[in-house]
Each structure stands twice: as structure tokens, then as C-alpha cells.
Design a protein around this ligand. Sequence first.
Ligand code: GDP
Length: 380
Amino acid sequence: MHDDKDYDAHGGAESGDEGTARGSEGRLEVRPGVTSPGSTAPSFQRKSRRDMSIDEHVEGILAGDRVVLGKTITLIESLKPEHNRKALEVMERILPHTGNSIRVGITGVPGVGKSSFIEALGSSLTSRGHHIAVLAIDPSSQRSSGSIMGDKTRMEKLSVDPAAFIRPSPSAGSLGGVARKTREAMLVCEAAGFDVIFVETVGVGQSETMVHSMVDFFLLLMLAGAGDALQGIKRGIMELADAVAINKADGDNVDNAARARAEYEMALHLMHYPIPDWSPPVLTCSAYRRTGIDEIWQKVQDFRAVMTDNGWLQKKRREQALAWMRDSISQSLQDRFRTHDAVAELLPVLERAVSSGELPPLLAAQRLLEAFFEEEISTL
Ligand code: GDP
């Protein structure tokens, strides 16, 4: 995982970004002795040699110091219990400064144009004074085969934009664990002053549901003429979308995109959309030509205005916070369970017995839980 060494290696962009307006402003205010805001500041070198204190984390985050921001996310992503404990204390301290962003989830199959879209929309937003953070959840990066999202050069302009912060998906831990860490990273970014957070995920598997559960607005990117089956988009995912955008509506593809738009409008009409006062719009855009992008952003803003007025957004965030707490409990219990010595020894044996039909599943579960709790369990 990302320890400090790892951070130094892969966080090059972040340390390079350090001399950016926000980062250097924050540091220059608190450390007037730093004379060269454009270079990798001595403060970073000093910090990387020893662990930062909780106060340093909190102060750095609140000052918008990107290096501290990166290091705090590294702390959050760490699998070491002592790092987790420290991260929790930092989280508690920054909590009053969170919640002031609009959180947008973006999903779609690989190749649909997610990173190009975020690059186009993100640049448009930063040019209008917004500060944007891009976080990713990539289920493929949990496997050793490498990542669907990570290995190409993504978002070239945004990655050097001082008003943007891009963080790739953590590459270790279960998907649930990664989602939890991404939620925390999102709050840290908010406390650091980012007012638009994009959480991006590949549209395969459960990761969309997770992203949906942590954002205000969920955008599904699609392609014209590829067919739902080919795009691997399940009906359930379409039902989660607050807007659908058909990307690559350019060149010869403009008519196809318009047709696809009409088809998806029909399809969405027949689906059950659960949120009051809103019908998910279907739009077309070209991340490449940068057309239709601002219209999509307008929908995000319309949505936010409606949902703030009718109280739904507050309610959703409250529910999300509770769900997050419950998820954290079950995730943590599962982690403790799996790593418990007696359970770890017994689990493979009992799994074999259950799969070969020698042992009833409930009895196996009971034995494992008894091994974990070290006491008899009468009912499951
Ligand atoms: P991702 O895997 O969903 O992040 O997709 P990318 O943003 O990496 O885009 C995949 C490919 O589609 C790249 O070759 C892009 O240049 C191309 N692409 C992305 N957006 C558009 C678009 O609006 N129009 C066209 N013609 N190509 C695009």
C-alpha cells in the first residue's frame, strides 16, 4: 500500500503540484521563510522524513496544502491500524469543515470517455473559479492484473491544473474498504476547500452502487449504438442515474447519438426513478469537441437547487452518513473475523466441507462464529 515511500514515488504529481497557488499560499502564510513557492518546498521534505502530527495534518488540510492533503489520503489508505487510528482523529477534527461541495459520481464502461469528460468539464469549472477534486474507485485495481483506469495518462490538463486535485483509486483492500477510504478522502478534499468532487468508477460490478451511496448526483455516461448489453449496463444502474449523457456525439456519430438519446429517454420513462421532483434527463455531449458539457453541468446545478429546496439533499446526506457508519461496522467486523487466528485456520477447512456437501452451511457458520467469539452460540 501507499506508505510514505510509496507516496513519494507515485505522488510525484502531487509533490510537483505543491508549488501551486493554493498549496503555496497555505504554506507561505504559515511558513514565511519558504522563499520558493514554485519548487518542492523544504516543508515537504521535512514532513516526509517523519510522521506528521495530527495538528499538522489538520492545519495543512484546512490551509489547502496539497502535499498535506495527499499525505492525509495516504494515511487514510494505509492498512496499518496505527495509521487508521490517526486518520480517524484527523477526520474527527476536520468534520466541521466538510460538506461544502457538490459530490458528483460518474460511471460508464471503459472507453466511454469518463476521463475525457472529467477533463473537459473539470477544466471548464476551474476556469470559472471552482476547485475540483477527482477521486476514483476502480474495482480492477484490487486485482493483481492492474487497473482499467490507472495505467494510461489520464486528464492531462487537469493533472497540472493548480485548481484540480486528482487521486487514483487505492490499489489495495476490498472494494468495500476502498469505498470507505474514498468517502474519507472526499471529506478531506472538502475540508481543503474543493467545492466540486467527482467520484469516478468503471461501470462494471458493484462499484457503481457504492459510488451512488456517497454522492449527491450520479451521472451515467453511455455510447450511441453500442446496445445496453454490450455496454454492460444493468437496468439497476440506469435506475440509479440522475442524468444520462450520450458521449462522443461528434462527427459521423451525431445522428446516432440523437437517436440513442430518444431511446434512452423512452427507456428511462418506463423505469422507476425514486427521487421526487426530478426526471433524469438524457443529454448528448462530446468530451472531445467540448460540446454539451456545460449543459450537463447546468443539470447538476438544477438538481442541486431543487433538492436543496425540497430538503431531499440534506435527508440523503444524513442517510448516507448513517449507512456509512453501518457499513464501517460490518466491514470492520468482517476484517476482524477473517484475520482472527482460529477463524483463519478453520475457514478453509469448513469452506471445503460446505462446498462438498459434508457440512450444513449454518453449522459451519456457527462453528466459525463460536471460534471467533470463543463462546457457544445457540442460534444464528
Ligand atoms: P474512459 O475509459 O471511460 O475514461 O474513456 P477515455 O476518456 O479514456 O476515452 C476513451 C477513448 O475515447 C479515448 O481514445 C478518447 O480519446 C475517446 N473519446 C473520449 N471522449 C470522446 C468524444 O467525445 N468523442 C470522440 N470522438 N472520442 C472520445
